[in-house]
Design a protein around this ligand. Sequence first.
Ligand code: CP
Length: 337
Amino acid sequence: MSTRAPVKDTPIAAVVAPRRHVLDLDDFTPEEIISLLEMTDGMREVMDRDIKKVPTLRGKVVMTLFYEASTRTRVSFEQAGKMLSADVINISASGSSAEKGESLIDTALTLQAMHADLIIIRHSHSGAPYLLAQHLERTGIINAGDGRHAHPTQALLDLYTMQRHMGSLKGAKVAIVGDVLHSRVARSDMWGLAAMGANVVLCGPPTLLPPEMLHGDGPGGRWPSNVTVDTNADRAITDADVVMTLRLQQERQSSGLLPSLREYSKRWQVNEERLKRAKPGVLVMHPGPMNEGVEISTSVAHGAASLIEEQVTNGVAIRMALLYWLLTGPQGEAVTA
Ligand code: CP
């Protein structure tokens, strides 16, 4: 019998099944996503309190293991864990034994041996979190971004932010504009939005769209039917309810993918002129960090339609809900499997 106190007043309307890992959203059911978003409302309420701390995860150990730079994801996981009273330990590749050549699996087994309940990992190699999930018997894994592949917690906070403003996402048009090729956010957003019934348009230069998408095969042949691609930003943004702008990932570009930044901005930048084509009341989002003046104009990034700072706030709440869900299971019972 668990003695763990539930988050006070948290409205958990639907019980979700226990999970040990969150690797991507492609295996999430709509019911799981809805339950997590409901749980997140309760976490937002905790964040708004004067004393932003509850004892819910006292005695649990959460480790962040980041092999790539991060501000939002790493800090929000740390803040989420601390607000729920978990012990949070941050490890970055720099300064760890990874610098002496220790393998990723050995590092993770070492942290498991220290009784980490959860490891939150960001890695430049797609699939790194899956590898750890296969090798660890007791410790859960959350994918905080792996290569170009997935960033499920970003997608969940994006869904939550859209839902707060729009209610249902069913039938909404969401244009995701920018460097789709290198974007793990676009891939996870695509799966989450498709599960929630939104219609997604992925838009960017032909060289920055994944070839399998451009040629209609879909990722691994399992591309959701309500996702399309378009290389024309004006057309993609027309009548959109939400415009999600993606960072031009200059650190992942190989030569020849772009004519020039000037040309890119001219044709794909989300700016005020282009936004006039969207629905009145369009919501503008960006996962961050931004290249202002490249993929998004400064006036749009900080304008009335922008939800970019709210995305950051909601990122803390969604990560609180995820930690709670993974570490306590249904109705606050500790998950041991
Ligand atoms: N959106 C996002 O993943 O930001 P960070 O790289 O700052 O974590």
